[in-house]
Every structure is written in structure tokens, then in C-alpha cells.
Design a protein around this ligand. Structure first.
Ligand SMILES: C[S@@+](CC[C@H](N)C(=O)[O-])C[C@H]1O[C@@H](n2cnc3c(N)ncnc32)[C@H](O)[C@@H]1O
Length: 293
């Protein structure tokens, strides 16, 4: 049974502080209800009776710090998650971006998967772009920067080897063309693996606005899906400030199904299509901001 007594601010602060000291992981901007639920789960597993007892257990047990970190940084993902969004990207967005760039004689495509977890999102977009370029006999220099705060997830992502479960929303044709099967696992083609550069990046770190590997940001397409939902408005705005700085007037931002631009960003961004969580900077405001800056 999960512990249902409400966690006191002081206890929560002490638990998060321990995690910060041990792992340099700042989770203080997460929604308290979410933190409470997850900590309660660890309390039932460790059979500790109250938050004080759990805190003492945590102080003396480095394995529990690992377990708590794992349960607080949720890394669930799969290929083509919310497949309707990926269908729209495939049929409408990718052709539009690629053809606009080729017309402007800029055959370079820069994408950022922010909060990429185990890499499925970054590889999914890589597959769709590769498929489009091949079908239309086009050449483009494609770089996908995929970042996360969780080192373990990134290590898994870099292997490019997945279970059948992570392909549950993937079309058979794509599985056949883009994966090789080995001992019950599905390995992504080396050609797609090469397109994606994985690195650690904390979306709440105020010193860096884009991943170092990308040098200057300025992405054509950014994915930040199922990350904002874990944070309160203040932290969502910090993250959005970063995404905003890495976008130009034509860049597109894909959010998760349950997410939207927080606070003032609601006015500064509009939906590219009424049906999908794909956003663009609002032109008039962007133009005004140029004068203000
Ligand atoms: C639920 S996963 C989303 C994965 C993928 N974007 C998707 O939608 O399938 C959320 C990811 O956000 C990452 N995350 C949480 N806080 C972060 C932070 N401050 N900076 C970067 N990544 C963070 C977690 O480690 C986790 O891998």
C-alpha cells in the first residue's frame, strides 16, 4: 500500500536536497503531487512508515538514491509516440521544410529532441526524413541533436537497440526497412544512427540555451514532448525561454499531447495546425521583438 499522508514541505525539500547533492539533479520545480506520489511508491517498496523514516533510509543507502532518481525522472518513450502527429510531420511538415530549404539553396536541416529519453523520438524523425529524401532522390545534410538530463537513458539511446514493445506504434514497412533483428532485439540502421548526436543537457540550466554540440541552436524543428508536464509553470517558462531562443521565425516546435506554451508564451506562439501540438512563433510579435531587443 502506498503511503497516503501528505509530505511536508520541509521533508520534501530535504529529500530533493539529498538527490541534488548526490546526483546534481534539481527536481525542485516538479509538481509537488507528482513528487509525493513517486516518493510514496519508494516508501512502500522500502517498507518505511513515514517520510522521516524514508529520509533516514535514503541518507544511508546509495542504492536507494539511484532508485529514487529512476522513479522521479520518467523515461518512458517509444517510436512514433502519438502516431497521428508523426503522420502529419511525415505528410505535411517534412516535405514543406525540406522543399523550402532546397529552394533557398540551404540544404541543411537542424533538429533538436529536447528531453529525448532513450532516443526513440530522435530516431523516429530521422527515419521519416531519410525516407522522404530517398523516395524523392534528394540530398540534405541532416543533424539531429538529442539531449536529456539522464545519463542512463542516453547510454541506452546510443546503442540503438530496442525491444518489440518500443515499436508498438511503428508501421511494418518501417520496421522492415529501418531495423535489423538480432536475438529478439531491433537494431536501428547505422545510417539513421549517424544522423543523431546524443548529449547530456539540463533544460533548467540557466547558463546554456542550446546543446553545446549544436554550437548555436537555430533549429528548424524542435521536439520537447512529455517533459513540461512534470514541471510547475515557473520551470516550464525557464524551459520555454530556452526553446524560444533556439528558434527563428520559421522554426517549428512539437509539444506533447497534454502540453502547451506556458504564461506569456501562449501569446508569443501559435499552433501551426488546429489539430496538432505543433507551434510557431507569432510573426507580428517576433517582428516587434526585433525592435525591442
Ligand atoms: C517522458 S520522457 C519523454 C521522452 C520523449 N520526449 C517522448 O515524448 O517520448 C521525459 C524526459 O525528460 C527528461 N528530463 C526531465 N527533466 C529534465 C531536464 N531538466 N533537462 C533535460 N531533460 C529532462 C527525463 O530524463 C526524461 O527522459
Amino acid at each position: 500500500m502506498e503511503n497516503s499522508s501528505k509530505i511536508k514541505n520541509q521533508e520534501l525539500h530535504a529529500i530533493l536536497n539529498l538527490l541534488f547533492l548526490a546526483k546534481k539533479l534539481d527536481l525542485s520545480g516538479n509538481k509537488p503531487d507528482f513528487l509525493h506520489r513517486r516518493i510514496s511508491r519508494r516508501m512502500s517498496v522500502t517498507k518505511t512508515n513515514n517520510h522521516q523514516e524514508y529520509l533516514a533510509y535514503l541518507q544511508n543507502n546509495s542504492l536507494e538514491i539511484e532508485a529514487l532518481q529512476d522513479i522521479l525522472t520518467i523515461n518512458v518513450s517509444h517510436f512514433f509516440r502519438n502516431s497521428f502527429t508523426f503522420d502529419y510531420l511525415d505528410k505535411i511538415i517534412i516535405p514543406k521544410i525540406i522543399n523550402t530549404k532546397l529552394k533557398a539553396k540551404k540544404p541543411v536541416l537542424r533538429i533538436w529532441s529536447a528531453g529525448c529519453s532513450t532516443g526513440e523520438e530522435a530516431y523516429s524523425i530521422g527515419i521519416l526524413i531519410d525516407n522522404y529524401l530517398r523516395k524523392n532522390d534528394l540530398i540534405m545534410d541532416v543533424s539531429i541533436f538529442a539531449t536529456d538530463i539522464d545519463i542512463k537513458s542516453l547510454a541506452y539511446a546510443k546503442k540503438g537497440k530496442y525491444t518489440a514493445e518500443s515499436l508498438k506504434e511503428t508501421k511494418l514497412e518501417i520496421i522492415t526497412n529501418y531495423f535489423s533483428q538480432l536475438e529478439g532485439k531491433y537494431k536501428i540502421l547505422p545510417r539513421i544512427k549517424k544522423m543523431v548526436h546524443f548529449s547530456t543537457f539540463d533544460l533548467l540550466n540557466s547558463h546554456q540555451y542550446a546543446p553545446e554540440e549544436s554550437i548555436y541552436g537555430d533549429f528548424d524543428l524542435i521536439f520537447c514532448r512529455n517533459v513540461l508536464i512534470y514541471f510547475n509553470k515557473e520551470y516550464q517558462e525557464i524551459i520555454f525561454n530556452k526553446l524560444n531562443k533556439s528558434m527563428n521565425t520559421t522554426s517549428l516546435l512539437v509539444l506533447g499531447e497534454a502540453e502547451e506554451p506556458p504564461g506569456e508564451y501562449e501569446k508569443r506562439f501559435h499552433k501551426e495546425s488546429i489539430y496538432f501540438k505543433i507551434y510557431q512563433k507569432t510573426q507580428a510579435l517576433t517582428a516587434n521583438l526585433k525592435f525591442v531587443q
